[in-house]
Design a protein around this ligand. Structure first.
Ligand code: ANZ
Ligand code: ZN
Length: 847
C-alpha cells in the first residue's frame, strides 16, 4: 500500500478520467434532472493564479455535489481571450497578440488539468476564435435591426495612455480601469447599445434575485442604475423662445429656488453665454476649457471650492414669477437630467456653498424642525384661507450663516399653496399645480448611460458595419459573417487614437453590399464585455456554425443555476449579461429574463493581510503551490479556510495540515478488511451516528456554501473512524467500511484524486464522482434517549423513551397521554403532578 503520495495518485487518475470523460453533460438519453454550474471564465493573461484556484475550487464543489445528488451537471470552461492586456503585451514584446493569448490558454489548460475541476471539456470555447466572435457580430446586427445598437457623436471618456475610449464603467475614480492613467474627454462618433431603455427592468428584476445574490452586489447594481424620481420643471428664460426644463428630486422646494445653474460644457450654456457681454463671453470660454479637463467625480465632490460664471441672463420661476440669475458652474453635469438645475441653497449643500461663494440669496422653505410623523397637528387657516403658522414653529438656524443646508424632512413654509404640507404631499401637490399649467410633470432619471462599445484597438471583434459614401451605414450581410480580423503582421498596433484596423488597406476597403461602390469597413472593435455578455449561452451549443446558441438547449439548461466569480464583476459584466439576456428574451430566443439564478462571490487570497503582487514580493504562485502540495491539499486548504465570501490570508492556512488530513483519510481506506457487501446495520452504532449525521447535514451546508464546515465535519468523521479502528470495533467492523465509503464520497467535493483512490482501495470501480448520495438513516439521527418513569400514586405505570433535553411540560403531556397511565387513573381526579425532566413524572390522585 505504501504512503500517501499525491503526485502518484494524480498521475494515476488523470489518464483514467481523460479516457472515460465522466463529466460530459447532456449526453443523448440522459434523463437526470439538470443543473448548470458556471465559473466566470478566465482571462488568459498568464498562468492561473490563486484567485482562480479558489473560485474554480468552490464552483467545482457545487458541481460535484449536484452530481452526487443525481443531476446531469453542466460545468463548462472557456476563455475570455480578447482584450487590451494581450494587445499591450504584444506591443511591448513586438509579437502577435494571438500567439501570446493562445500560449497562455495552453498554459492555463495544463494547470487546470492538474487541478482537475470536473469540466465538460468538449464545450471549451475561446472568444477570440472566429467561430465565437462571428456570433458577437450576429448579436450586434440583431441589436442594430432593433435600434438598440446605434452610432452617435459625443464627448467620450478617453484614456490618453491606451489611446482608446472607455465606458463610464471602466473609469474608476477618474482613472482608466486598465492602466490607471487619468481619463480625459474627447469628441468622437461611436457605437452604443441602448441599455438605458432597459433601466427600469434592470432595476426592478433585481428583486427576483434578493437572497440569491449577495446583497452587496444587488445594491451596487441598484446604485449603478441610479434611478431617482422627481419632476421636470420648465423655466421661462428672458429673451429666449423655448422654456428650459430642469430635473429635480425636490420639486417641493421650488419656492426656495434663488438661482439657476447650467452645465458649462452644455450646448445650452454656450447658447445662453453667446448673448452676454464680451468680457463674460471670454470668462465663460476660459471656464469651459478648464472644466473639460475635470473628471465627473471631481465635479460632483461636495468639498471643493465652488466656481462659476454669471451668464447675465434670467429665468422665471414658474410658480411665483421671480427672476432667477443663471450661472454656469461645473458642479452641474451636462449629461445628467437636462444639464441644468434650479438651485435651492437653503436645502441643498452644493447650492448653498455656491450661494455663499457668490453672495446669492438663501430662502428657507422647509421647516425641518416641524413634526413629520405621528399625529400631525391640523394647521389653522388664516382669513385668506392660507395656513397660519405659529411663530414658534420656525426655530430654524439660518443656512446662510451656518453654512449647513437643511436637507431633512419637514413641513413647507414660505411656499404659498404648499405651506404646511409634508415633503411627499408637497411634491405631489406642486406636480399637480405644474401639470395643470403645462409647466412640469413627474419624471425619473437614471445614472445609467448607454453602453459605449466601440474600441480603437486591434484585438477584439470587428464591428460588422460598412460605411458607404452613398448608402451610409450598411450592415454586413449575415451570410458574410464572420468579418475576420486581418493578420496583425504588418499592422502597427501602437495606440494612436484611431483603430489599427483602419490601416489594413486590403481589409478595410470593400465594396458596399448595397450599391457595390467603394466603401470602408468600420475599423473599431467591440468592447470585450460584449463577448462575455452571452457566453453562458454558447456553452450550450458551442460548436454550432449555424447559430449563436440553441434556444431549445437554453430551455433545457439555462438560466445558470449557480454562478461563481469575483466581486470585481459586480457591476459591469453582470449588468451587461442581464441586459443582453433581456434583449434576447424580447427577441424571442429565451424564455427567461435573468441569466444567473444564484451568485457566489469568493473573497480574495491575500498574504499577511494585504493583496498579493509581484512588486510587493508577497505573491503566492498557484503553480508552485500545486507542485508542492498537490491539487487536493490546495483545494481542501481553500475550502477549509473560512466562509468562501471572506478573504483568505495565505499566511494563516496550512496546506501541510490539509495533506496530513488527506493522508489519514486515505490510510483508512487501505485498512478496511470487510468486503463491500457487509451489512451496515451490524456496525458500531456510535461511529454510524457520526457518519449519518454528516450525510444528513452536508447537503444543507453545501447549499449554503458552508464548505469549511463540511471539511471540519469530514475531519471529525475521519478521527472517529480512526478511533473505532484502533480502540473499538476494529478495521473489520461494518461501520468502519461505511464511514470510509462516505468519507470518499463527500471528499470528492474537495479532493477528487484522493477520493477516487480511496474508492478503489475500498474495492470499487471509478468513478466516485458519480456515486449517488447515500441516504442518512433517520433512526441514527435521533439523539440518544433516556428512560423516564411515570408513577401514579407511587406505583410505576409506564416507562417512556425521551430525549435527554425534553422539557418538563412536554414530559408531563406525554405522561398524561400514556394509555397505561390513563387506564390506571380511571375516574379519579388528579390533585398533584411532580415532574423531574427527563427522568420522572409522579401523579397523585384522589377519589
Ligand atoms: C433642486 C433641489 C433641492 C435638489 C434640494 C436637491 C435638493 P439625484 O438624486 O442624483 O438624481 N441635479 C439635477 N441635474 C443635475 C445635473 N445635471 N448635475 C448636477 N446636479 C443635478 O439628484 C437629483 C438632484 O441633483 C436634483 O434635485 C438637482 O438638485 C441636482 F433641496 O433640484 B435638486
Ligand atoms: Zn453603398
Amino acid at each position: 500500500a505504501g504512503a500517501y503520495d499525491f503526485a502518484a495518485i494524480q498521475a494515476k487518475w488523470l489518464p483514467v478520467w481523460d479516457e472515460s470523460e465522466p463529466f460530459r453533460a447532456g449526453l443523448p438519453g440522459d434523463t437526470r434532472p439538470r443543473k448548470y454550474i458556471l465559473d466566470m471564465f478566465p482571462y488568459p493573461s498568464g498562468d492561473l493564479h490563486m484567485g482562480h484556484a479558489e473560485a474554480f475550487g468552490y464552483g467545482d464543489t457545487v458541481a460535484r455535489y449536484w452530481r452526487h445528488q443525481g443531476f446531469d451537471v453542466l460545468h463548462p470552461v472557456g476563455w475570455d481571450s480578447f482584450g487590451l492586456p494581450a494587445e499591450n503585451a504584444a506591443i511591448k514584446r513586438g509579437i502577435d497578440p494571438r500567439g501570446w493569448t493562445y500560449e497562455n490558454i495552453e498554459q492555463q489548460k495544463r494547470s487546470f488539468r492538474q487541478y482537475a475541476p470536473s469540466f465538460d471539456w468538449s464545450r471549451e470555447l475561446h472568444t477570440s476564435d472566429p467561430e465565437y466572435y462571428k456570433w458577437n457580430q450576429w448579436l450586434f446586427l440583431k441589436l442594430y435591426e432593433q435600434g438598440i445598437a446605434y452610432r452617435k457623436a459625443g464627448q467620450v471618456n478617453w484614456c490618453p495612455n491606451d489611446q482608446t475610449v472607455l465606458a463610464n464603467e471602466q473609469v474608476i475614480d477618474g482613472h482608466c480601469e486598465r492602466c490607471g492613467a487619468v481619463v480625459t474627454k474627447k469628441a468622437l462618433t461611436q457605437w452604443y447599445f441602448r441599455v438605458t431603455d432597459y433601466a427600469d427592468r434592470l432595476l426592478d428584476d433585481l428583486n427576483q434575485l434578493e437572497g440569491a445574490w449577495p446583497s452587496k452586489v444587488l445594491s451596487m447594481q441598484r446604485n449603478w442604475i441610479g434611478r431617482s424620481s422627481g419632476a421636470d420643471v420648465e423655466f421661462e428664460i428672458e429673451g429666449r423662445e423655448e422654456r428650459i426644463p430642469v430635473f429635480t428630486t425636490r420639486p417641493d422646494t421650488l419656492f426656495g429656488a434663488t438661482f439657476m445653474v447650467v452645465a458649462p460644457d452644455s450646448d445650452l450654456a454656450a447658447e445662453l453665454a453667446s448673448g452676454a457681454s464680451a468680457e463674460v463671453r471670454m470668462r465663460f470660454q476660459d471656464y469651459v476649457d478648464s472644466v473639460r479637463a475635470e473628471s465627473d467625480i471631481d465635479r460632483l465632490a461636495t468639498d471643493r471650492p465652488k466656481t462659476g460664471v454669471f451668464l447675465e441672463r434670467y429665468a422665471i420661476n414658474p410658480v411665483n414669477g421671480e427672476r432667477l440669475p443663471i450661472w454656469a458652474a461645473d458642479y452641474v453635469l451636462a449629461d445628467y437630467g437636462h444639464g441644468a438645475i434650479m438651485a435651492v441653497p437653503a436645502h441643498d449643500q452644493r447650492d448653498l456653498d455656491f450661494a455663499r461663494a457668490f453672495d446669492l440669496p438663501v430662502r428657507v422653505v422647509v421647516d425641518t424642525n416641524a413634526p413629520v410623523t405621528g399625529v400631525i397637528p391640523v394647521i389653522p387657516l388664516d382669513e385668506n384661507g392660507d395656513p397660519y403658522l405659529p411663530d414658534d414653529l420656525v426655530t430654524l438656524e439660518d443656512p446662510a450663516s451656518t453654512g449647513v443646508a437643511l436637507a431633512g424632512e419637514g413641513r413647507l413654509i414660505n411656499s404659498g399653496p404648499l405651506d404646511g404640507l409634508s415633503k411627499s404631499n408637497a411634491i405631489r401637490r406642486v406636480i399637480e399645480i405644474l401639470d395643470e399649467r403645462g409647466l412640469g410633470r413627474s419624471s425619473k432619471n437614471y445614472r445609467l448611460r448607454d453602453w459605449l462599445i466601440s474600441r480603437q484597438r486591434y484585438w477584439g471583434t470587428p464591428i460588422p458595419i460598412i460605411h458607404c459614401p452613398d448608402c451610409g451605414e450598411v450592415p454586413v450581410p449575415e451570410a458574410e459573417l464572420p468579418v475576420r480580423l486581418p493578420d496583425a503582421a504588418g499592422l502597427d498596433l501602437k495606440p494612436k487614437g484611431a483603430s489599427p484596423l483602419g490601416a489594413a488597406e486590403d481589409w478595410v476597403n470593400v465594396a458596399c453590399p448595397k450599391c457595390g461602390g467603394a466603401a470602408r469597413r468600420d475599423s473599431d472593435t467591440m468592447d470585450t464585455f460584449v463577448d462575455s455578455s452571452w457566453y453562458y449561452l454558447r456553452y450550450l451549443d458551442p460548436n454550432s456554425d449555424v447559430r449563436a446558441f440553441d434556444p431549445a438547449e437554453a430551455e433545457k439548461w439555462a438560466p445558470v443555476d449557480q454562478y461563481v466569480g469575483g466581486v470585481e464583476h459586480a457591476i459591469l459584466h453582470l449588468l451587461y449579461s442581464r441586459f443582453i439576456t433581456k434583449v434576447l428574451f424580447d427577441l424571442g430566443y429565451l424564455s427567461f429574463t435573468e441569466p444567473f439564478t444564484s451568485l457566489l462571490n469568493q473573497g480574495m487570497v491575500i498574504m499577511d493581510g494585504t493583496k498579493m503582487s509581484k512588486s510587493k514580493g508577497n505573491l503566492v504562485e498557484f503553480a508552485s503551490e500545486l507542485q508542492a502540495h498537490g491539487a487536493d491539499a490546495l483545494r481542501v486548504t481553500l475550502a477549509f479556510a473560512g466562509p468562501p465570501e471572506d478573504d483568505i490570508d495565505w499566511a494563516d492556512v496550512s496546506p501541510v495540515g490539509a495533506s496530513k488530513f488527506l493522508a489519514r483519510a486515505w490510510r483508512i481506506s487501505g485498512e478496511v478488511t470487510s468486503s463491500p457487501d457487509i451489512e451496515w446495520k451490524t456496525g458500531d452504532a456510535a461511529l454510524r451516528r457520526v457518519t449519518h449525521r454528516l450525510l444528513s447535514d452536508a447537503p444543507g451546508l453545501v447549499e449554503a456554501f458552508k464548505f469549511n464546515v463540511v471539511v471540519a465535519r469530514l475531519m471529525e468523521l475521519v478521527n472517529a473512524t480512526r478511533k473505532a479502528i484502533d480502540s473499538g470495533a476494529g478495521a473489520g467492523d461494518a461501520a468502519v467500511r461505511e464511514a470510509a465509503e462516505v468519507t470518499a464520497m463527500i471528499l470528492d467535493l474537495f479532493a477528487p484524486f484522493t477520493a477516487e483512490d480511496m474508492w478503489q482501495r475500498l474495492g470499487y470501480e471509478p468513478t466516485v464522482a458519480l456515486v449517488p448520495w447515500r441516504k442518512a438513516d433517520p433512526a441514527l439521527l435521533v439523539e440518544e434517549s433516556v428512560t423516564a418513569v411515570v408513577q401514579v400514586d407511587g406505583k410505576v405505570r409506564d416507562r417512556l423513551e425521551v430525549s435527554p433535553k425534553i422539557s418538563g411540560e412536554e414530559l408531563e403531556a406525554m405522561a398524561r397521554a400514556s394509555a397505561a397511565v390513563v387506564r390506571s387513573i380511571g375516574e379519579r381526579e388528579i390533585v398533584n403532578v411532580i415532574v423531574r425532566a427527563p427522568r420522572l413524572v409522579n401523579i397523585a390522585t384522589r377519589g
